[in-house]
Design a protein around this ligand. Structure first.
Ligand code: NAG
Ligand code: NAG
Ligand code: NAG
Ligand code: NAG
Ligand code: NAG
Ligand code: NAG
Ligand code: NAG
Ligand code: NAG
Ligand code: NAG
Ligand code: NAG
Length: 556
């Protein structure tokens, strides 16, 4: 049993810490437009229940969660429960036109799912257009009753959700850019719990302050909900111990800064053991190629109890924006806990080897500014969104919505990370999926390319966690690189940063039937087509097929 403050926190969060039974946690999400102001600019944004960031979902491992979403906004939308495995239950996963048709204005849909075999920090966000710029929140899954954390029990917990803010209407900004075929402008600020902090104008009310007491230990649940930026995070004078990534416990790793890519979550322990004062918590992007980005620092305050607000906070020493080496060392130090209670079940053998090149391109566009539009592709295929949800087409055996001929490797091989390729950047278009037999063990190498430029891409797979068994710079070498794979305690996650001009190898077992989206979690790249889906066939056993669709399944 934790301290009194932990008990109070859990009770405030709606838990009975003494109850042992799995429960149903019900939430009501009303999607509505609200006026907010930041950086001296007021605008209307789409919110859940009028809150920005939205409400936190609290549950325990084993619980059923039902979220009744009613859409009162002018946009069609869906909500994704990022990192929840949704076993056999893609109906509750949420990516628009992949697993469901959007919830149109005035409609309601119930996301009904069980949380099985997972505990930790995840998050939810809109999964259509760029609406996740303002529609997002945390998911906190507590371990089963009587199961303590496998690390020092914190005195208190705090969610820190990192985001991105545009002064203009995000949907307008993106539509204009798409019509012109050019990249949208970068954001005007980053935010911590929706607030940019005092290094920005008009921030008096827009600074997040976390009050701490000397000697206490805090568990920070940090979520990168930003649209396009990988972020460094640090707290002045305080080291952090990483204990969990993407809701999987890891070997404790002490560091003075973190890298967290869009889609990823990181839990750290921090001890308030420095001279009582005010310390900035800060975020700033990591970008190691010359691409324009919002490079300003957003801050919040780690404030010891009793210290007046007049004390000027100290800034942390974050790595330089282009510090590739810090990122490599940080990622190399993330290892699964791999304890008897929380083993790393890495598939030891591979049934299916996949090599996917990822990168940018340019296709002709007569109405665009330069006669071309930016695009992106996997194995040279720019994914075209269907008009009907793929899971519905798969389940009801509707033909003509997608094909299952996504190539296992590039059709044409080239020097993927050699000199920049700036000519013949066209891609082929299609709604092509890769079909996997139930329970196939898959090894997928995601290979960055130098089409226009190399860039770091955080790749997210729906429906599964995977093990990041290897990473490297340059071109993946199938003869030499597998010998260096970590098959013992590799990090297990749902989103992996593919190194700039390099590759990442992941392994997973396709034991979750359904249609599962995989995409770059930089929203600008998702928009350009850096996405595809796996269709995992039903198995023959009784618990090995997609569950029946819910009664309120929406038509397109
Ligand atoms: C929201 O802000 C806009 C622009 O400032 C204003 O015209 C509108 O009246 C505001 N709406 C509400 C409900 O406050
Ligand atoms: C969900 O919310 C809507 C709108 O408030 C309500 O009509 C409906 O009864 C709720 N419950 C379910 C199960 O749909
Ligand atoms: C919402 O979806 C419906 C049905 O597909 C479509 O007719 C309508 O134009 C969409 N609305 C918006 C604002 O995109
Ligand atoms: C959730 O678990 C309950 C109890 O085991 C089961 O009856 C229900 O079908 C599950 N729901 C889904 C969507 O799998
Ligand atoms: C943080 O860690 C670094 C290196 O591990 C160490 O040199 C430093 O003293 C630590 N700082 C604090 C405040 O504990
Ligand atoms: C990284 O950025 C710093 C400061 O802007 C610059 O001096 C340095 O040359 C850059 N390093 C690389 C490898 O580009
Ligand atoms: C248009 O093309 C020119 C020449 O290649 C380039 O310099 C310019 O940046 C392009 N403009 C846009 C908006 O892509
Ligand atoms: C690929 O390009 C790089 C950089 O130009 C070069 O060093 C390397 O030798 C090339 N590899 C092959 C196989 O041509
Ligand atoms: C990609 O496909 C386009 C259209 O078929 C083709 O022109 C181009 O050469 C292909 N590029 C690569 C790298 O395979
Ligand atoms: C999947 O395959 C693995 C390895 O062969 C096996 O241990 C496991 O029982 C299989 N799972 C199912 C659900 O069939």
């Amino acid at each position: 049993m934790g301290s009194l403050s932990t008990v109070l926190l859990l009770i405030l969060a709606g838990f009975s810490v003494f109850g042992a039974e799995a429960a149903t946690k019900q939430y009501k999400f009303d999607v509505q437009v609200k006026n907010v102001s930041r950086l001296c600019h007021a605008k209307s944004i789409v919110t859940v229940n009028g809150r920005f960031p939205g409400p936190t979902i609290y549950a325990r491992e084993g619980d059923r969660v039902v979220v009744n979403v009613t859409n009162y906004a002018q946009y069609n939308l869906t909500i994704h429960w990022h990192g929840v495995k949704q076993l056999r239950n893609g109906w509750a996963d949420g990516p628009a036109y992949i697993t469901q048709c959007p919830i149109q204005s005035g409609q309601t849909y119930n996301y009904d799912f069980n949380i099985t075999g997972q505990r930790g920090t995840l998050w939810w966000h809109a999964h259509i257009f760029w609406l996740r710029a303002t529609i997002y929140g945390a998911i906190v899954i507590m371990p089963k009753p009587g199961t303590p954390y496998p690390f020092t029990q914190p005195d208190l917990e705090m969610n820190l959700v990192l985001g991105e803010w545009w002064n203009s209407d995000v949907e307008n900004v993106v539509n204009q850019a798409n019509q012109l075929g050019v990249p949208p402008p970068s954001s005007d600020a980053h935010t911590i719990n929706g607030k940019p902090g005092p290094l920005f104008p008009c921030s008096e009310k827009h600074t997040f302050v976390m009050e701490v007491e000397f000697g206490k230990t805090y568990l920070l649940r940090i979520i990168n909900a930003a649209l396009n930026d990988e972020l460094f995070f640090g707290i002045a004078n305080h080291n952090m111990t990483v204990v969990e990534i993407d809701a999987v416990y890891c070997k404790p790793y002490s560091t003075n800064a973190l890298l967290i890519a869009p889609g990823q979550t990181t839990n750290v322990l921090v001890k308030a053991n420095q001279a009582p004062g005010r310390y900035f918590m800060a975020v700033r992007p990591f970008i190691d190629v010359p691409i324009p980005i919002d490079n300003k620092m957003a801050t919040a305050i780690f404030q010891y109890k009793g210290i007046p607000n007049t004390v000027l906070p100290l800034l942390p020493q974050l790595p330089l924006s282009n510090d590739t080496n810090f990122v490599k060392i940080f990622n190399d130090n993330l290892r699964s806990l791999n304890s008897p209670q929380f083993p790393a079940n890495v598939p030891p053998k591979v049934d299916r080897h996949l090599l996917y090149t990822i990168g940018l391109g340019q296709n002709p566009c007569s109405t665009c500014l330069n006669g071309t539009q930016f695009t992106a592709s996997i194995n040279n295929i720019t994914f075209v969104m269907p008009q009907t949800a793929l899971l519905q087409a798969h389940y009801s055996k509707i033909n003509g919505v997608f094909t299952t001929d996504f190539p296992d490797r590039p059709v044409k091989s080239f020097n993927y990370t050699g000199a920049p390729l700036t000519a013949n950047l066209g891609t082929s278009l299609g709604t092509r999926l890769s079909k996997l037999k139930f329970n196939t063990s898959v090894e997928l190498v995601l290979q960055d390319t130098n089409l226009l430029t190399v860039e770091s891409h955080p790749f997210h797979l729906h429906g599964f966690n995977f093990f990041v068994v290897g990473r490297g710079v340059g071109n993946f070498d199938p003869a030499k690189d597998p010998a260096k794979f970590n098959l013992v305690d590799p990090p297990e996650r749902n989103t992996v940063g593919v190194p700039t001009g390099g590759w990442a190898a992941i392994r997973f077992r396709a034991d979750n039937p359904g249609v599962w989206f995989m995409h770059c979690h930089l929203e600008v790249h998702t928009t350009w087509g850096l996405k595809m889906a796996f269709v995992v066939e039903d198995g023959k056993g009784p618990q090995q097929s997609v569950v029946s669709p819910p009664k309120d399944l929406l038509p397109c």
